[in-house]
Unconditional design. Structure first.
Length: 184
């Protein structure tokens, strides 16, 4: 049983559990695109079968609660335009996200992140939602900042982005926290 809802809605988006039928769209719209994958921790998918295996792992992840990957669709459409994943670690939710380039620059990812952050920070026992992004990934930094996250610091040699380097690269840590109950 997940601490987070199975679906989230915003004025323009719906976030839902993935289904196998998403694989073809995810592959064609972004999973095989080197530009989209540049700052990801995974390489572009070489075939739709790789994406099918990934979607199958996402479906299993929901069943086990290890991670909660949401497919992002526009309202009144069931076509995947991206994903937003929540990984619950004690009192913290760590997120990762990706969006098809045909939807870049429209403020959709901040809207999705805000929705997930709001839901997560209402769950008793969850106090922090966080994300890291490469120091050169300006669009990701802006998405987090527009979502109300604060940049907390720079983590040197933190994450391997295999499409750029096989050595760990510097990342920024961003977070949004639940207000302290006893704050003055």
């Amino acid at each position: 049983m997940s601490l987070l809802p199975q679906t989230l809605e915003t004025p323009r988006l719906q976030l839902r559990r993935p289904v196998m039928a998403d694989a073809g769209t995810v592959f064609r719209s972004y999973a095989q695109d080197p530009e989209v994958c540049r700052f990801m921790i995974w390489r572009p998918h070489a075939s739709e079968s790789v994406t099918r295996e990934f979607i199958a792992s996402c479906i299993t992840a929901w069943k086990t609660g290890i991670r909660l990957p949401y497919v992002i669709t526009e309202q009144h459409s069931d076509v995947a335009i991206g994903m937003l994943e929540a990984r619950i670690q004690d009192a913290t939710v760590d997120i990762g996200y990706v969006l098809a380039p045909s939807h870049w620059g429209r403020g959709l990812m901040p809207e999705a992140i805000q929705s997930l952050a709001s839901a997560a920070l209402q769950v008793p026992g969850l106090f922090r939602i966080q994300a890291t992004c490469d120091t050169e990934n300006i669009p990701s930094q802006r998405a987090l900042e527009k979502s109300g996250f604060d940049r907390e610091g720079r983590l040197e040699r933190h994450t391997i982005h295999p499409n750029i380097s096989l050595e760990p690269r510097a990342c920024f840590m961003y977070a949004k926290c639940r207000a302290e109950e006893n704050a003055l």
